[in-house]
Each structure stands twice: as C-alpha cells, then as structure tokens.
Design a protein around this ligand. Structure first.
Ligand SMILES: C[S@@+](CC[C@H](N)C(=O)[O-])C[C@H]1O[C@@H](n2cnc3c(N)ncnc32)[C@H](O)[C@@H]1O
Length: 180
C-alpha cells in the first residue's frame, strides 16, 4: 500500500534525530493514553503490537504507560533493524522487536493485540486474531477524509466493545476495541 511506504520512509528519516523521534512520540502519546484506558491495560498484560515501524512509538508508549512487556512485529526487515537500534540506543526495557508479517503471527499467547493504522491485510489479520486468540484487540481506523488511502477493513464484521476518538494531527480517527 502506498501510504505504508510513505510512512515507512518518513519514520526512517525521523529516527536519525533524537528531537524528531521525541516529537513523533509526543504526537502518539495522547492516542496511546486513551487506548490504554479503553482497553484497561496494566502491567500484567502481554502485548503484541503489529506494524511497529522504524520508530516504534506506540510500542514504546504502551510499555512506558503500563509497565507491560511489549513485543513488536513488522514485516519490513529494515524497519525491524531500525527499531532494534532505537531500543538498544535508548536502553529501553520490556520491548522486543521481530520481523514477522501479521498474517503469519501466533496470536494465542497475548492478552492485548494492537494493530497500527498503516498495516496491510488488516481484515485478514483481524479475522485470524479473532479466530485464534482470546485477546482484547485494538484496531486503529483512519479519519473519514483519508479512509480511502488505507487498506479496506470492515469494522462492523465483529461486535465492537468500546472505542475512543482521537483529535490529533495524525490520520488516526478512532481506535476500536474488540473482545470475545
Ligand atoms: C510506518 S509504521 C507506523 C507505526 C507507528 N510507528 C506506531 O508506532 O504506531 C507501519 C508499519 O507497518 C508495517 N506493516 C504493514 N503491513 C504489515 C503487516 N501485514 N504485518 C506486519 N507489519 C506490517 C510496515 O512495514 C510499517 O513499518
């Protein structure tokens, strides 16, 4: 998907500078704060974040705000290497990054599964999670005006337990929470 490639490239540029990275994290912070509250995440949860990117801001914040261990996956090898460098450089604990496509991941051992806005095959991935895991699933969906640049996702296919709206400069419109 074109938008995935664009955000990938922007993140690859932003991680070269500590101030850029800090600014990006600051943009994500209010989003992740609301997500932590809506899914009631705490330090006993085991979190999988799908589509972490070169600057795994959401994964970093999920760990920082809850104390829970977070595993981050991304299907782009360079993004994984960049994210690992950030974790090493800033000595971040409780975070691991692995190269894996969301379509191939094993979802059975997590209590929280969080999907980035930009992931490809979102529908297939959500279908797989719902059929193979008891986790709470958080799915970011785009703002109305940018809906058609993202992969199609039928968000009414499963019962939505809760959601939060975001008013930020990012393209994230809402985060939906699904629970079995
Ligand atoms: C640019 S990032 C944005 C995430 C953002 N950094 C955050 O912290 O929320 C989106 C990433 O999703 C990855 N991605 C796209 N589709 C994926 C899939 N099916 N499985 C795993 N990763 C995927 C891309 O490689 C890209 O690095």
């Amino acid at each position: 998907m074109k938008i995935t490639k664009i955000t990938q490239s922007i993140e690859k540029l932003l991680i070269t500078n500590k101030l850029f990275l800090k600014t990006l994290i600051a943009f994500y912070k209010p989003v992740v704060k609301k997500e932590v509250m809506v899914a009631n995440i705490n330090n006993s949860d085991t979190i999988l974040f799908v589509g972490g990117g070169s600057a795994p801001c959401s994964g970093i914040l999920l760990n920082e705000l809850t104390g829970a261990n977070v595993k981050i996956i991304d299907n782009d090898y360079n993004s994984v290497v960049n994210a690992q460098k950030i974790i090493y450089k800033y000595n971040l604990k409780g975070l691991t990054v692995e190269c894996c496509d969301g379509k191939d991941a094993d979802y059975s051992k997590y209590s929280i599964i969080h999907l980035a806005l930009q992931i490809d095959s979102k529908q297939k991935i959500v279908d797989k999670i719902i059929s193979s895991s008891n986790a709470k699933v958080l799915v970011r969906i785009p703002k109305e005006n940018v809906m058609n640049i993202y992969d199609h996702f039928d968000y009414e296919k499963y019962k939505i337990n809760n959601f939060v709206e975001h008013n930020n400069l990012l393209n994230i419109g809402k985060t939906l929470a699904y629970e079995k």
